[in-house]
Design a protein around this ligand. Structure first.
Ligand code: 5GP
Length: 201
């Protein structure tokens, strides 16, 4: 059985990555999602083990010591990390795996898994991103400006990624990400074993 492929998806806040990924996972077979570990508090509606594995700082630091995370980062005062075993098990079972992580983690994963595929979700424009951040209506002006500035920094690193998906119309963004996954699976370098098998028949 072939090993699965690893996809890393990053996007600044307000780009709709959670919704895109939910729909991509619902519409694809054999694609798994890596549930990250974090020390941030659950938001309303978030379920332990589904959206994140919620940890105390102590237990997260123990995981780091034990080598139980593939990568981790501290983001706005909280730890976030990718549990090693779940990802390795899914890949070994031939499942493709999506990691939804920020840009620093993405670069660390690329070093560990040079063959992984990095996808960056972009807003249609900075003005639209700012409009979406304001529409949430839950944050004050200072927070919105801070988030917009952070988004700008993150977008500055997008050049290191393999694919861009623009989230203008949600359905198109979902289709684009599914197309990226399918195209990556057809890449020659990933299919050489199959070619040899066919040739040997
Ligand atoms: P949020 O708190 O909004 O759920 O996530 C904040 C940021 O942390 C997002 O950019 C999210 O993609 C990123 N993130 C979530 N899990 C991980 C992880 O396991 N590793 C890294 N490096 N970033 C993560």
């Amino acid at each position: 059985m072939n090993k699965g492929l690893l996809f890393v998806v990053s996007a600044p806040a307000g780009c709709g990555k959670d919704t895109i990924l939910e729909q991509v996972l619902a519409k694809t077979e054999n694609v798994g999602y890596s549930v990250s570990a974090t020390t941030r508090a659950p938001r309303p509606g978030e379920v332990d083990g589904v959206h994140y594995h919620f940890h105390t700082r102590e237990s997260f630091e123990q995981m780091i010591k034990d080598g139980a995370v593939l990568e981790y980062t501290e983001y706005i005062g909280n730890y976030y990390g990718t549990p090693r075993k779940a990802v390795e098990d899914m890949l070994a079972q031939g499942k493709d795996v999506i990691l939804k992580i920020e840009v620093e983690g993405a670069m660390n994963i690329k070093k560990l898994f040079p063959e992984c595929c990095l996808v960056f979700i972009l807003p249609p424009s900075m003005a639209e991103l700012e409009r979406r951040l304001r529409k949430r209506g839950t944050e004050d002006e200072e927070t919105i400006l801070r988030r917009t500035a952070q988004a700008r920094n993150e977008i500055g690193t997008a050049v290191n990624y393999d694919y861009f998906v623009v989230n203008d119309a949600l359905e198109e963004a979902v289709d684009d990400l599914i197309a990226v996954i399918r195209a990556e699976k057809c890449r020659k370098a990933r299919c050489m074993e199959m070619l040899e098998k066919i040739k040997g028949e």
